[in-house]
Design a protein. Structure first.
Length: 216
């Protein structure tokens, strides 16, 4: 099963095996994949929905469903980090009224891990970061996926996330030209409270990155 977010609504691509279709309701959508055209209608419905809590798109070949979904969006690759310091605190940014993790677009010809380091440094002012492993839960297909809109197109952003370490509690500088208002080190005990005001994809990264199971 693959998981994406459309307007912060979790969308699951599944083969439907063992799935209880009685889960379908006014706020949980369950539809079968039939064609790329009908898939587009489903995506538009999800995008315009105001009360939907989750959606399940059921198809025997999940990779084909994902490929057809990507065909309806402009794909952008990004990379970022879940950064921990020696005090066991985690690095968060505050932008557009929500708490987030530092990340940004991968430049042409740039390696994913180097893009992740560069973006974390640029957005937070953190220096001397130690790159560790890729956060790659199977459900997220080694990345998170979420959508947004520009004046020109519908965008599906694929973001790769890395564990990172910071050896010191250094001064942080928010990248204001990117709309970042604050940068903070947050203790693990306070993370859940902060991430109540975040995106579902970011909560997933933290949950998998920290090996947690209690957050939805």
């Amino acid at each position: 099963m693959y998981k994406l977010y459309i307007n912060n609504i979790p969308v699951y691509l599944t083969d439907g095996k063992g799935m209880d279709m009685s889960n379908a309701s006014r706020d949980v959508l369950c539809v079968r994949y039939l064609s790329s055209r009908e898939l587009l209608d489903t995506l538009r419905y999800i995008e315009s929905s105001k009360g939907l809590k989750a959606a399940y798109i059921i198809g025997e070949d999940r990779d084909q469903v994902l490929s057809d979904m990507q065909a309806h969006y402009k794909i952008i690759e990004a990379a970022g980090g879940l950064v921990k310091n020696e005090k066991e605190e985690y690095l968060l940014i505050y932008r557009n009224g929500v708490w987030d993790l530092p990340k940004g677009k991968v430049e042409k010809g740039e390696a994913l891990d180097q893009a992740a380091l560069r973006e974390v440094e640029e957005e937070t002012g953190a220096r001397g970061l130690e790159l560790q492993d890729l956060i790659s839960p199977a459900e997220l297909q080694e990345s998170t996926w979420h959508t947004y809109f520009t004046k020109e197109s519908r965008v599906l952003k694929k973001t790769y996330w890395y564990h990172m370490r910071s050896q010191s509690a250094q001064d942080l500088v928010p990248q204001e030209e990117e709309g970042i208002e604050r940068v903070e080190w947050v203790s693990s005990e306070r993370l859940e409270g902060y991430l109540e005001h975040s995106y579902g994809s970011i909560r997933d990264v933290v949950k998998y990155g920290l090996g947690l199971s209690k957050w939805n």
